[in-house]
Write a protein that binds this ligand. Structure first.
Ligand SMILES: Cc1cc2nc3c(=O)[nH]c(=O)nc-3n(C[C@H](O)[C@H](O)[C@H](O)COP(=O)(O)OP(=O)(O)OC[C@H]3O[C@@H](n4cnc5c(N)ncnc54)[C@H](O)[C@@H]3O)c2cc1C
Length: 382
């Protein structure tokens, strides 16, 4: 065991991207003794106006990283998640989150503002681990190392490179060639505004409104219930790939969700700070590594956000990848175990996300929420 740790300490790991997956894997690898640096293109973390749902499977990894309690204090544990029919308002499915469900799933279900999440998440790595303002522009593998080139002219060497650089991953390009992500034929209208705008109107913590070709999800992001996030997804023929988002308006949201139940439209009537985002994904592929380079999260398997699970998959990936690198001295072996462990589960989540069927009606949720990436069995390669 001492010999394994000594070998691992020698492996310099470069993580590209300080998102959910990159920081998770970096946090675990540092705890296992690896020297890790995370290279992030952004100048700092910004407070992107959007919420995110983190289910119990991801929260178990955050518990091990020591941030579960801070996340719970920052976000909200919703009382339930309810699916309702767009026109009649009929309840199609409801799952309650309470002490019993937390005991069953092994952790809480959390809704949180993305900016607040990152504020807590950056604590999982040692100070100065994240190097901002470094956009990866090239990778070059030699026999015994990988050279990383950044847009600011810096060149560094690492033994292993983990591509956690999201849907337009440069690391993926190195492994699989240039291939733009696929526009999913849908866009997301997103709004964030103070609950005070609702006046006396009381709303549940988290509701998904299901229409024939569109859906919407309003939820709170703090336990004070003082800020609401609404995401509405609707079909769109095209999107200019050079544009990351566009301004949008309350009126456009009201128009897109015309005919929806009043319980939802009353929220839209006071919506503010509305923007429009494209939805992209990629077709499944099962090559997750090559040489000294490995992918995780959206760099590897971006999915439509309809199951609210892409971030949780990145967290699970980071947890399992770190376990494999800790267990196997040979990184080829580690990468092979990582991929065989992850691919079947990620493929199911990717499929359900594309179908947009999660919790539309009675749904068996244990296989997803009860999963614990910190202890789940690792699968040997065929
Ligand atoms: C509308 C919408 C709603 C969603 N809702 C949910 C939800 O409720 N729950 C959930 O679990 N998931 C949700 N997702 C999915 C989730 O956001 C992603 O799956 C998740 O963020 C992926 O994490 P990641 O770490 O792989 O990548 P990212 O979070 O994309 O992080 C990648 C990082 O890499 C950096 N980077 C990129 N290129 C470079 C480069 N060349 N050099 C250096 N750094 C680079 C980026 O700046 C970024 O910080 C949603 C997605 C969308 C689009």
């Amino acid at each position: 065991m001492a010999a394994t740790i000594e070998m691992n300490v020698m492996k310099r790991v470069a993580v590209v991207g300080a998102g959910l997956g990159g920081l998770t894997v970096a946090g675990f690898l540092q705890r296992a003794g690896f020297p890790v640096t995370v290279y992030e293109q952004a100048p700092s973390f910004s407070r992107i106006g959007a919420g995110i749902i983190l289910s119990a499977n991801a929260m178990k990894a955050f518990r091990r990283l020591g941030i579960e309690q801070s996340l719970v204090e920052t976000g909200i544990r919703p009382m339930s998640y309810v699916s309702r029919a767009w026109n009649t308002g009929d309840i199609m499915y409801e799952i309650f989150f309470d002490a019993a469900s937390e005991a069953r799933f092994g952790g809480p279900y959390l809704n949180i503002h993305r900016g607040d999440l990152h504020g807590v998440l950056e604590r999982v790595v040692a100070p100065d681990t994240i190097v901002f303002n470094h956009r990866l522009v090239g990778l070059d593998e030699t026999h015994d190392a990988v050279l990383l080139a950044f847009d600011n002219g810096l060149r560094v060497e690492a033994d292993i490179v983990i591509g956690a650089d999201g849907i337009r991953s440069k690391v993926r390009e190195h492994l699989l060639g240039t291939e733009p992500p696929r526009f999913a034929g849908a866009v997301a209208q997103r709004a964030v505004f103070p609950t005070a705008r609702l006046g006396k109107l009381k709303i549940p913590d988290c509701t998904k409104w299901w229409g024939p070709d569109r859906h919407a999800l309003p939820y709170f992001m703090t336990s004070r219930r003082d800020e609401i996030y609404v995401i509405g997804v609707l079909p769109a023929r095209e999107w200019d790939g050079d544009v990351s988002s566009l301004p949008c308006s309350r009126d456009e949201m009201l128009e897109a969700f015309a005919g929806f139940h009043d319980d939802f439209r009353r929220i839209l009537e006071v919506a503010e700070d509305v923007s429009l985002w494209p939805i992209y994904d990629r077709e499944r592929h099962d090559r997750w590594s090559g040489g000294r380079v490995v992918l995780l999260g959206d760099a590897c398997h971006p999915m439509r956000p309809y199951m609210a699970a892409g971030g949780a998959m990145a967290v699970e990936d980071g947890t399992i990848l770190s376990r494999c690198l800790e267990k196997f001295e040979d990184y080829h072996e580690a990468f092979a175990w990582y991929a065989t462990t992850r691919i079947p589960r990620v493929a199911d989540v990717q499929r359900i996300s594309t179908e947009n069927s999660w919790m539309r009606g009675p749904t068996e949720t244990d296989w997803f929420y009860c999963y614990d990436p910190c202890v789940a069995p690792l699968t040997p390669p065929n």
